[in-house]
Design a binder for this molecule. Structure first.
Ligand code: GAL
Length: 325
């Protein structure tokens, strides 16, 4: 071998080894309840978050809370290996965010305005008395969002919340109102930057929060938690053929602490073998917030309207087939 050939061989081996070690680091499963880490080994700060697919990527957008950052963005092709893509909303984004507290951000895409629209729970100062919703928008899901406003929809208090974009492009906002006694349902305006109508008050006096909605077959399923702050409690769900109701009675799901978690999102995963429904919950550590973990579990359906959730220590997701184990 000439010196040049040895040199080329060496360079080739160097890159091959480098590639293999990156491959070897790729996660093939997630450990439920732990603080998941990104591809740089850093803890993922995306609590109370939501998910959406854009192109080949799943985006995970949630609460960051570190160093004046409110909302951060991660992406993944397989839902297990996540790459940090940037901060979408910080204390500096707008004067109204100066002393704010932002929780449960959710993002949907408006194909008419070509904007990503974020709705979230907005508080000002230390307590939860502002009880407002807030909105921000961006033309690029990975770039900083522009804060639009904070407000009380139709004058109602608004705390834990979620956003849902239906198949026909209509979008809805669910949020806990009246000191969390009522779950309100609003339809959004066509550009998704305001509420258009107040559709329903779900389970008045039911004291539900942490809403997460999914549609499967002919039913919508809404999962919620009780109201015990950072402490976990029994999750419940209801189903309905129409988003505006009538909704069924609430039924228990999972165990009495929802496996020590609180719902934040349900992500449908359409594969070539099956469609799965991924429950995403936060395992809060209220005292040491950054030690909070995540729970990814597949929801199961005993029949068209009966949803169940069982514990598993780890989860492995195959986005191609849609199978989770
Ligand atoms: C929970 C709520 C969280 C956070 C927490 C504060 O009930 O779901 O998002 O607001 O209370 O105590």
């Amino acid at each position: 071998m000439t010196f040049m050939m040895k040199y080329i061989c060496l360079i080739f081996c160097f890159f091959a080894l480098g590639y293999m070690s990156v491959e070897a680091q790729a996660k093939t499963a997630l450990i439920n309840g732990s603080s998941f880490t990104d591809n740089e080994g850093k803890v993922i700060n995306a609590h109370g978050g939501g998910f959406l697919k854009v192109g080949n990527y799943y985006y995970w957008i949630g609460e960051n809370r570190k160093q004046g950052v409110f909302v951060s963005c991660y992406r993944s092709k397989d839902l297990m290996n996540w790459e940090f893509r940037g901060d979408l909303l910080t204390r500096q984004s707008h004067p109204e965010l100066d002393s704010a507290n932002i929780e449960r951000p959710k993002v949907i895409y408006n194909s008419k305005t070509k904007q990503f629209v974020m709705w979230m729970h907005y508080e000002y100062g230390r307590d939860y008395s502002y009880a407002r919703a807030a909105i921000a928008t961006s033309g690029d899901i990975e770039k900083p969002f522009t804060f639009v406003k904070s407000f009380r929809p139709f004058g109602n208090m608004s705390r834990d919340c979620t956003l849902y974009k239906d198949d026909d492009g209509s979008a809805y906002f669910f949020s806990s109102a009246r000191e969390n006694y009522d779950m309100m349902l609003y339809k959004l305006t066509d550009d998704y930057t305001d509420v258009k109508t107040q559709i329903a008050t779900l389970w008045p006096g039911g004291h539900r929060e942490a809403p997460a909605l999914v549609k499967r077959g002919k039913y919508y399923f809404l999962m919620t938690s009780g109201c015990t702050g950072w402490a976990p409690n029994q999750a419940m769900y209801a189903f309905s053929e129409s988003i505006s109701g009538p909704w069924s009675e609430l039924k228990n799901i999972a165990n009495s602490t929802t496996f020590d978690s609180q719902s934040t999102f349900i992500l449908p995963l359409v594969g070539n073998k099956t469609t799965s429904y991924l429950y995403v919950g936060d395992r809060w550590d209220g005292k040491q917030y950054f030690k909070s973990g995540y729970i990814f579990l597949p929801l199961a359906f005993e029949n068209d309207s009966t949803m169940t959730l069982s514990w598993r220590d780890t989860i492995s997701i195959n986005v191609k087939t849609g199978k989770m184990k």
